[in-house]
Ligand binder design. Structure first.
Ligand SMILES: NC(=O)c1ccc[n+]([C@@H]2O[C@H](COP(=O)([O-])OP(=O)(O)OC[C@H]3O[C@@H](n4cnc5c(N)ncnc54)[C@H](O)[C@@H]3O)[C@@H](O)[C@H]2O)c1
Length: 318
């Protein structure tokens, strides 16, 4: 059977650029169509690329037909910190982008991946080992859009049988691309600053515990859930997935094992408020039981790998 054609929307971002690379390695360059409103800067995009605005339905449809697309990864969104500065644009992009795609996937029988986030939880959610099903009272526009998006996904699955699959990503850490304006970006910036200057001023407080995941694990989770037999994907809102939880202080201590003179200082800003309403750790037992999720990187393994791959001249800045 021929490999199904895959479209990644938002492919120039932090997750998209790495997801496209891995999908192409697995399924072949020509079977993975990258697309973004922004033209990719790096050489990652060796295969097909389409300039595309997810809110422009006619162009999305044209691209799907041109390449006979059977699977879509929808990554275009405004992230937490950026969304708070542009609340109407965030709602428009995060909601209408998803609803457009759900409708297209219904009509054309396309499998859809759409990421949710730990930002769907809020101040009344139990913060330790946050259950799959619990109080959800997000306080940011980003979190509100993700929670509404989860309900839309489940609705389209129940009502129209759309094969939509989703993960509640924790903070994602990688060295290949720049983070896109989220509250957990500090855990990427810290490595670059450690290498360049031996010090870092953190915008979260020292003891802010958050769930995090190394990018290779996030990419694996994403492709694993899309590849799982449909009968195993029992939750069609979004799955909790977890790998590790740590505070800025704990991350700094781990970095010091490799760079003994590394220094961290703290100057919490508005992002501290968002982080304070999010879980500290997640119960991801449904993902592990239903479709076999398993992470590979903990804090020590992630830190070692990040520092091995980040050099003073690495391009990611902040
Ligand atoms: N990175 C994280 O830590 C994290 C955590 C939880 C959830 N997520 C979710 O994962 C998804 C991808 O996140 P990311 O970190 O790669 O974000 P990012 O900001 O790095 O990338 C998003 C990409 O979407 C593109 N885009 C924006 N508007 C568009 C439009 N109208 N049409 C087409 N493309 C458009 C941007 O140019 C960008 O390349 C988002 O839904 C985000 O909410 C990310």
């Amino acid at each position: 059977m021929a490999t199904e054609k895959i479209l990644v929307i938002g492919s120039s971002g932090q997750i998209g650029s790495e997801l496209v690379e891995e999908l192409r390695a697995r399924f072949g360059d020509d079977n993975v169509i990258a697309s973004d409103i922004k033209t990719p800067e790096c050489a990652v995009h060796k295969g097909p690329f389409e300039a595309l605005d997810v809110l422009y339905t006619a162009r999305v449809l044209e691209t799907i037909k041109k390449h006979d697309v059977k699977q879509i990864y929808l990554l275009a969104a405004l992230l937490s910190a950026t969304a708070e500065q542009k609340i109407k644009l965030a709602w428009h992009l995060n909601m209408d982008g998803l609803i457009n795609l759900l409708e297209i996937c219904r009509e054309h029988k396309i499998r859809l991946f759409w990421p949710s986030s730990i930002a769907v939880f809020g101040p009344n959610t139990p913060r330790q080992n946050t259950p799959q099903y619990t109080v959800m009272d997000p306080t940011t526009i980003y979190g509100i859009s993700k929670l509404a998006g989860e309900r839309w996904c489940e609705y389209y699955h129940q009502k129209f049988g759309v094969d939509v699959r989703s993960l509640r990503y924790p903070g994602l850490i990688g060295y290949k691309s720049e983070p896109g304006g989220g509250t957990t970006d500090y855990a990427v910036h810290i490595f670059h600053e450690a290498r360049k200057h031996g010090s870092y001023e953190c915008f979260l407080a020292a003891d802010t515990m958050l769930p995090m995941m190394y990018m290779p694990d996030a990419i694996k989770a994403t492709i694993d859930i899309m590849d799982a037999d449909a009968s195993k994907v029992k939750i069609r809102s979004s799955y909790n997935v977890a790998a590790m939880s740590f505070t800025p202080q704990q991350l700094a201590d781990e970095i010091k094992k490799h760079i003994p003179n590394f220094r961290i200082t703290y100057k919490p800003d508005i992002r501290q408020e968002y982080a304070a309403s999010w879980p500290e750790s997640m119960d991801d037992s449904y993902a592990r039981k239903d479709w076999g999720w398993a992470h590979r990187y903990d804090l020590a393994a992630m830190t070692k790998d990040m520092l091995q791959n980040i050099h003073v001249e690495s391009p990611v800045a902040h």
